[in-house]
Structure formats: C-alpha cells, structure tokens
Design a protein around this ligand. Structure first.
Ligand code: TRP
Ligand code: SF4
Length: 333
C-alpha cells in the first residue's frame, strides 16, 4: 500500500492540449507524480456541460487528451488516468453535494461566468443547470479521491475554493470524511494567446498546440502580435508589448532572452529573424513530446489498456469514498 498523499487533476476532452495547458498545469503535474499518488481525470461529463449538442466532439478528444498527457511525461506506472463518465460514483456524490451549495454561490463564480459569456451561441442567455453546477461535479471529482493537492491553471482557483467550502460543510454536518484540497498553480499561471489575449484557448483561435507540426508553428509565430511601433529593423522596439518576446521568455535560454531584449530595444534586430528564432525554439522544445506522442498514436491498443486499467483502479477508490459518504448520510441501507 502506498502512503503518498494524493493528487487529482485533469482536463476536459474538448480539443488538443496547448502550451497554455503545459505551462499552467501539465508541467507541474509531471513533476509531482513522483511525490504524490496522482489521478488524472479525463472530464468527459464536464466537457458535455458546454458540448451537449456535439457529444462526438467530446468522444473524439478523449484519446487525444490521454495521448497529450502521456506525451508530456505522465507515466502510467506512477499516475492513474481515468474517464469521468465511467465512474458513476462521481455523479452520485455530485447529487449529495448539490444540497450544500446555493445557486447564488454558483452564480458568483468568475470562471463559469466568463465561460458562459464565451458560449453565448450555445446558451442563448439561459445558462443550464448542468453548466452552472459543473463546479459541484468538479468538487466530487476531487473529493472522491480524497485528493490533498490539485495542480491546475489559475482559472480553476474558484472551483477549488468551492470544493473546499463543500468539504468543510459536509464534514461539519455529516462527519469528518472528506479531505480539503489545496490548489497549486504552475509557473505561468495564465499563458497569453498569440494575439495578446490574456488567455490562450481553442475557441479564441490563438493557441499553439502540443501536437502542432513545425510548419504550423512557423505560420502561427509569424502571425503573432508584435510591437506595432516597430516597423523597420532599425526602429527601436518595446519587448514588453510583443507576444514574440513573451514566448521567448518561455522557450528561449535566459541568456539569449537578454540579447533579444537589448537588440530589440536598440533597433538592431528585426522581427522576422526574431520570430524565426522563437519558432525554432518552440519546435525544438516540442520535438521529444511529439516523438512520444507518435509512439502512442501508432500503438492505440496500449492507450486503451492504460485508460481501462486506470479507470478500474480509480473506480475502486471512488466507490470506497462514496460508501463512507452514504454511511455518514444514513444511506447505508
Ligand atoms: N475544469 C478543468 C478544466 O477545465 C478540468 C477538470 C475537471 C478538473 N475536473 C477536475 C481539474 C478536477 C482539476 C480537478 O481544465
Ligand atoms: Fe518583438 Fe522581437 Fe520584433 Fe522586438 S524584435 S518587437 S521582441 S518580434
């Protein structure tokens, strides 16, 4: 039996993962899997809350997201990857927790508010019960595993805070069973988009995906937002107002970043060369990740086995928590 503390983290399978996911969450997820017993949820039920008209989109992305996780270094020997909808115990916990959260509390959540705005076409001003309530279901994801730590992007903090409130309330009313989780945010808690938008995202069309080919990366970097005042090579530029410089800080050796900065300011560097250098570094950075991904893409039966074994293991853990919860709630008939 392991005595390591637990992590629960994961992703919605709505599209391939991008470098925002990587620096915001995946990187620390990989580093932490040695010290923690890690569970990685492929949150298909949550993904359906804003993809209910297009369920095949969710289905098609489950394996993609699993492969992205494996490609960045999630090791199935150390971490358990599982599919949310295959653990009905999570749905059951969600029902019990729903009594502990008011509608007003859910309506105050800045992350769901922002997502709701972005999904105007789908919701047509009327938020669904399922979407408003998905943070309750996320609290069930986390607490089903009695996770102590949840490594996530910054946008997830309101959800973790809600999970903590639910745990405190549950334990106070029914008895001390659940574990209050803590969030851990990566080094680049919110990676900006290529266009300078404060968030990188699929629907914003401003992301570099972990699976993007070198040609696509070059194209995307070429289109990135740069200092509008720097037109000619000799114009002194403002790196602080340039997305290329922003990404140099993530992908380029710190010594070279200093050179980029001083040459840009001095007007001795052109944007074309600067972008080529960045694209080269991103491509170099992604090469080993893509090589690993290629292995899994060509061995789908291995991916299936990882998912099925992980889900079976996860279900046992969630079932034991649900048993304890129901016992405390006098539901142990
Ligand atoms: N909401 C997370 C996201 O959008 C995905 C997720 C679902 C999650 N359940 C979770 C993250 C539990 C951490 C813990 O990426
Ligand atoms: Fe940005 Fe580089 Fe151009 Fe400066 S030289 S504005 S850092 S792309």
């Amino acid at each position: 039996m392991t005595t390591k503390p637990r992590i629960l983290t994961g992703d919605r399978p709505t599209g391939p993962l991008h470098i925002g996911h990587y620096f915001g969450a995946l990187k620390s997820r990989v580093e932490l899997q040695d010290k923690y017993e890690t569970f990685v949820i492929i949150a298909d039920v949550q993904a359906l809350t804003d993809n209910f008209l297009t369920p095949s989109n969710v289905r098609d992305n489950v394996k993609e997201v699993v492969m992205d996780n494996l490609a960045v270094g999630i090791d199935p020997q150390k971490s358990t990857i599982f599919i949310q909808s295959m653990i009905p115990e999570i749905a059951e916990l969600t029902v019990y927790y729903s009594n502990l959260v008011s509608i007003a509390r859910l309506e105050r959540n800045p992350t769901t508010k922002e997502e709701f705005k972005q999904k105007e076409k789908l919701f047509k001003k009327n938020i669904t019960y399922g979407f408003l309530g998905y943070p309750v279901s996320q609290a069930a994801d986390i607490t089903a595993f009695k996770a102590e730590l949840v490594p996530v992007g910054e946008d997830q903090l309101p959800h973790i805070e809600l999970a903590r409130e639910i745990v405190r309330k549950f334990n106070e009313i029914y008895g001390q069973i659940l574990v209050e989780p803590k969030a851990q945010v990566g080094n680049f808690p919110r990676v900006k988009g290529l266009d300078g938008n404060s968030k990188m995202g699929k629907s914003l069309n401003n992301a570099i995906y972990l699976s993007d080919s070198p040609e696509i990366i070059r194209q995307k970097v070429k289109m990135a937002y740069t200092d509008p005042l720097k037109i000619r090579l000799t114009d002194p530029g403002h790196p602080a107002d340039c997305m290329v410089f922003y990404y140099h800080k993530m992908f380029t050796d710190p010594k070279d970043v200093k050179i980029v900065e001083s040459e840009c300011k001095a007007g001795s560097r052109g944007c074309v060369a600067c972008k080529n250098q960045l694209a080269d570094n991103i491509i170099k950075f992604l090469a080993p990740i893509q090589e690993k991904r290629h292995y899994y893409e060509t061995h789908p039966e291995i991916v299936d086995k990882i998912i099925m074994e992980g889900t079976a293991k996860a279900r046992k853990v969630a079932a034991e928590t649900l048993r304890q919860v129901k016992e405390k709630m006098f539901l142990n008939y």
